[in-house]
Every structure is written in C-alpha cells, then in structure tokens.
Design a binder for this molecule. Structure first.
Ligand SMILES: [Zn+2]
Length: 185
C-alpha cells in the first residue's frame, strides 16, 4: 500500500530561505530553471547514506550526471560537499524524494541535500532509487519539476515516479535535462 501511494507521490524540492520561483524558459524548452544554481559546475558530492542499498544507487545517480555532455563535474568527497545524497524517513508524506537547499540571488548559498524518503523508497528497487536520486540531484543543480504528457518527452525531471520510472523507465538525464544544464552552466 505504501509503495502504490509512493508511486503516486511527487518528488519535491524545497527552498529553506528564499521562495523558489519556477520560471519556464521558453516554449521550445521544457526544462524549468528554478533560479537557484551553483556558482560553479565543478562540484563535490558526499555519500551521506546509512546503508549500501542506498549508497550504490546514490553513486550511480551522481555518476549519471557526471557522465552527461555538460560542464558538470561531480567528484566524491567526505566533507565540504556541494551536494549530499542521503536516505531518511520523512513519514507518509506526498513525496518520495526531496532536496533541501538555500537560495539567494539565483544561487545556492549552502550545500544541497538530496534525500530519499524511506517511507516509500525502501520498497523501490535499486534502479528506481537511482531514477529518483538523479531527479533530486537535478533539483540541487537548479532544475525544476517537469510534467510531460508522453514518454517521448519525459525527462528525468519528470515530477512523479509513476511516470518517470514506472511508465517511461527514465534512469539517466535525458536531452531536455541536458539542455537545461547547458543553459544553466
Ligand atoms: Zn522534483
């Protein structure tokens, strides 16, 4: 029951300080610029997971962004990270993933933390955890949720796991996501 509810839920991005403005970039671009990116594309990430069943899809998720034809470089560190990947239980909320970050004048002012909500994701296979974390790291990088209506167009920033993974099997950044990153960086 929890899993089916999770699959209906949304993966979220929350800004702790500044309100998050979602600004469509233009009709030719489906990606969303949330006006909160890093000042550099040379980024450090940290594994803050509590178990290997999350560490593995976390490493796969950051590697997926690192491998894109963009300026993004993600190097693993043990402290001083720009992006931390973590598993925690936020309870029966509406989200299966969430990214916390603070924003000012268009930029992240602190490191971002991208979370799985184990209330739901303990029931996900590793590849589904990866799909969700690639999505959440997209929020950390500055991309917003997208709601595409066809698997032809569904990006990794598709907001719901039911469409992004279950229907459309997205586990790495898609052309629209890469266009978004190349726009931002
Ligand atoms: Zn999202």
């Amino acid at each position: 029951m929890n899993q089916s509810r999770a699959l209906m839920g949304l993966a979220g991005v929350l800004a702790l300080v500044a309100p998050l403005l979602t600004v469509p970039v233009g009709s030719a671009s489906a990606f969303v610029d949330i006006q909160c990116k890093f000042t550099t594309s040379n980024l450090k990430w940290k594994d803050s997971t509590t178990r290997s069943s999350y560490a593995v899809p976390g490493a796969n998720a950051t590697a997926a962004w690192h491998a894109t034809p963009t300026a993004i470089v993600l190097t693993q560190v043990s402290s001083g990270a720009n992006i931390s990947v973590a598993d925690g239980n936020f309870g029966p909320t509406t989200f299966d993933g969430v990214t916390f970050k603070t924003c000012q004048n268009g930029y992240n002012t602190t490191g971002a933390v991208s979370w799985w909500n184990r209330q739901y994701t303990d029931g996900y296979a590793s590849v589904v955890r990866k799909s969700l974390m690639v999505h959440e790291v997209g929020h950390a990088l500055g991309l917003g949720d997208v709601d595409a209506n066809s698997c032809v167009n569904v990006p990794i920033m598709q907001e719901d796991t039911a469409t992004r993974w279950t229907a459309c099997l997205r586990q790495i950044p898609q052309p629209d996501d890469i266009n978004g990153i190349n726009f931002l960086y």
